[in-house]
Design a protein around this ligand. Structure first.
Ligand code: NDP
Length: 247
């Protein structure tokens, strides 16, 4: 496991956006970021799940979160601009984005892959992080120390049969991260990296590997050290890296 001991006040006063914050890894990251002092903007598609995370953060006495219900599969340019305007009014800046929301699609050979599902997966896993990053860049530029974290996967580095659009969206994510990191090389206040969570005990993993015993897998809480490290100031000089959470 990636080793890092985060001080309690690591993310004090930071304004962070987490996508897919209602469940799985995103839910855990949102709570960890709040526990370390951040005001977390919880973006996701299921209001009740976001409400539950909001309530947990409030009950724990962490900084009050904010909720942004948004379905990244159908969000339009207008929705992204509206989000940017709201965050600008509320906070004036953004200190980090965790692009975590993702869908698996289906596991089937490319020759059988349903084009409708292909587009859904590309939209949520790759196009939405691009649109969010592009639209929110002025708010990230306004931060003294901003971190953009993309979510990769092992099948986004080496092609593997039947992983279809999911794998290819993750290859694209690695590419987006690298291109953006290179473009921001001389922008010292923004770093861009990716995390490959590795097999983690979530609904997505259970769906992908129905025969696997979930108890054998690390939980989302177990893989949080790298999520904290990359979001906080200790990773200031880390740029363009794709890091394994379970290395
Ligand atoms: P989960 O399925 O548990 O959670 C995914 C989250 O993304 C959910 O909160 C879900 O919302 C949200 N989401 C899905 N579609 C949309 C959408 N259209 N709009 C907004 N939010 C959406 O997955 P994990 O926690 O396992 O995965 C998190 C990330 O980690 C993904 O990018 C995944 O590809 C990656 N990953 C996971 C691995 C694992 O073993 N778990 C391994 C490698 C990579 P809702 O709950 O409302 O559906």
């Amino acid at each position: 496991m990636f080793a890092y001991n985060a001080p309690t006040d690591l993310l004090k006063d930071r304004i962070l956006l987490v996508t897919g914050a209602g469940d799985g890894i995103g839910r855990e990251a949102a709570k960890h970021y709040a526990a370390h002092g951040a005001t977390v903007i919880l973006l996701g598609r299921t209001q009740e799940k976001l409400d539950a995370v909001y309530d947990e953060i409030e009950a724990a006495g962490y900084p009050q979160a904010a909720i942004v219900p948004m379905n990244l599969e159908v969000a339009t340019e207008h929705d992204y601009i509206e989000l940017c305007n709201t965050l600008h009014q509320e906070f004036g800046r953004l200190d980090g984005i965790l692009h975590n929301a993702g869908i698996l699609g289906v596991r089937t050979p490319i020759e059988n892959y349903d084009p409708v599902i292909w587009h859904q997966v590309m939209q949520v896993n790759l196009n939405a992080p691009f649109m969010l990053t592009q639209t929110l860049m002025p708010l990230l530029m306004a931060s003294e120390d901003a971190s953009i974290i993309f979510t990769s996967s092992g099948v986004g580095r080496t092609g593997k049969a039947y992983w279809g659009a999911y794998a290819i969206s993750k290859f694209g994510t690695e590419g987006l991260m690298q291109v953006l990191a290179d473009e921001l090389e001389n922008t010292p206040n923004i770093r861009v990296n990716a995390i490959n969570p590795g097999g983690t005990r979530t609904n997505m993993r259970a769906y992908a590997y129905p025969g696997e015993n979930p108890e054998t897998l690390p939980t989302p809480a177990d893989i949080m050290p790298v999520y904290l490290y990359l979001m906080g100031p200790d990773s200031k000089d880390t740029q363009g890296q794709s890091i394994d959470a379970q290395a």
